[in-house]
Design a protein around this ligand. Structure first.
Ligand code: HEC
Length: 146
């Protein structure tokens, strides 16, 4: 009986430890993805401003980074990842998961469309600018400032 209790306790500790890992992993992963998006947006802003030469392959790559992020992000908000890991995710995400997922899907669809349509600096500026507004639009609703 004592042995069984001990085994149960050990199991409970093991299970809760793995839940903690899963939670912090989701937070770390989504922050890492968004950091990649931030870096891509920075290189795009340099091209749009003309401080870096326009490169169509790079422009397409930026939209690939966005689309990949939009695809992966929605799966990285398990219920146990509302806090911790210096997350800036707003509780609003869990209150309105459908709205959040729809915003991600819209962003992903625009990014995919832009991969095919971008062909020069002007078309890039238009698509990049439109998507830049989506960053802020989503952050305003689904992110808290720290
Ligand atoms: C549909 C919603 C949505 C869109 C669109 C979006 N983001 Fe985010 N972003 C988030 C959320 C949610 C977080 C907070 C993640 C966390 O801390 O757990 C975040 C976090 C970030 C971070 C902070 C990463 C860190 O260091 O923790 C950066 C930088 C960022 N986003 C850049 C961008 C840029 C640039 C765009 C547009 C090109 C963009 N995001 C579009 C939802 C979005």
């Amino acid at each position: 009986m004592i042995v069984r209790t001990a085994v149960c306790a050990a199991l409970a500790v093991a299970l809760s430890a793995s839940a903690v890992i899963a939670q912090s992993k989701a937070i770390a992963e989504r922050k890492e993805i968004m950091k990649g998006v931030g870096a891509a947006a920075k290189s795009g802003a340099a091209m749009a401003r003309g401080s870096a030469p326009y490169d169509n392959a790079k422009a397409v790559e930026i939209f690939v980074v966005y689309a990949n992020a939009a695809e992966k992000m929605p799966g990285l908000f398990p219920d146990d990842s509302k806090t911790g890991g210096e997350t800036t995710a707003s509780p609003k995400i869990w209150e309105d998961m459908n709205g959040f997922k729809a915003a991600m899907a819209k962003w992903g669809a625009e990014a995919k469309a832009a991969q095919g349509s971008v062909k020069d600096i002007d078309s890039f500026k238009t698509a990049f600018g439109a998507m830049g507004k989506m960053c802020g639009g989503c952050h305003e609703v689904y992110r808290v400032s720290k």
